[in-house]
Design a protein around this ligand. Structure first.
Ligand code: SF4
Length: 255
């Protein structure tokens, strides 16, 4: 869908460059997009009151959390700490918890279930079959997600249409999401580009995961995420051994 847009000249001598330098490139209507996003978040709070942000601490999600904090929106944040995140992500989680005005709640999988799963299928179960990979996501992500969404009327995600073919038609307001249990799912960045995301991070000096500086555009669990190369699709580094069509963990599956 969207190969990572980085010009070869911007990589020049191979020296590490900040993702903000490489990717910040606002759309001509960037200011309108920010205004539309903010309006949707305000509308969400007014209409649903019980609304929460699901944050993976990726670039899109740190933008949304910044918008929430900067505009004092009553939207608490939650993070699924799967027990398999990169140390860089865990460090960003700590910093976010320390600095965010909006509460940041962490949901973890049930320890006994993780131990039983690993004992039965091994640490590398996700590479053995799609079924086992999805079973791992079920224990480490989907069950904690269900707990995080309990009692909520809506949740906010950082999905963008540009991210993958599977996400090409992501709506701003989604009432047909499979992981939701009656909640409305809001995707306020649906029409933002990667360049918009990094322009926002750059001009607002938003803290972000340093893995983005190492060509990790999409960051999940450590065993299931790798850096991508020039020209590869945005989500090529997620579950890279699987077909494009199966590459969702169930958090964003459609009915
Ligand atoms: S992304 Fe990988 S490690 Fe994380 S829950 Fe899914 S299969 Fe398990």
């Amino acid at each position: 869908m969207s190969a990572l847009a980085v010009s070869v000249s911007s990589i020049d001598t191979g020296q590490a460059q900040k993702a903000t330098h490489l990717h910040a490139n606002p759309s001509v209507n960037f200011a309108d997009k920010v205004a539309e996003t903010l309006a949707l978040l305000h509308q969400t709070v007014t209409e649903f009151s019980l609304v929460t942000q699901a944050s993976s601490l990726g670039a899109e999600d740190v933008v949304i959390t910044h918008l929430i904090n900067h505009n004092a929106l009553n939207i608490p944040v939650f993070v699924l700490e799967t027990g398999a995140l990169h140390r860089e992500t865990l460090a960003l989680l700590e910093r976010t918890q320390a600095l965010s005005v909006a509460p940041v709640k962490v949901y973890r999988p049930a320890t006994d279930k993780v131990i039983a799963f690993v004992k039965t299928h091994g640490q590398d179960a996700m590479y053995k079959s799609i079924e086992l990979r999805k079973a791992c996501c079920q224990v480490r992500k989907l069950e904690p997600l269900a707990a995080a969404l309990q009692g909520q009327r809506a949740w906010v995600t950082g999905l963008r249409r540009e991210q993958s073919t599977n996400r090409a038609e992501v709506p701003l307001i989604d009432r047909t999401d499979e992981a939701s249990k009656g909640q409305i799912k809001l995707n306020p960045l649906a029409n933002w580009t990667w360049g918009d995301v990094w322009h926002y991070i750059s001009i607002n000096q938003v803290d972000y995961n340093p893995l983005h500086d190492q060509f990790f555009p999409s960051i999940g669990c450590a065993p299931c995420t790798r850096a991508i190369s020039l020209g590869e699709e945005f989500r090529a580094g997620r579950w890279w051994w699987e077909d494009e069509a199966t590459k969702e963990c169930g958090l964003h599956a459609k009915k």
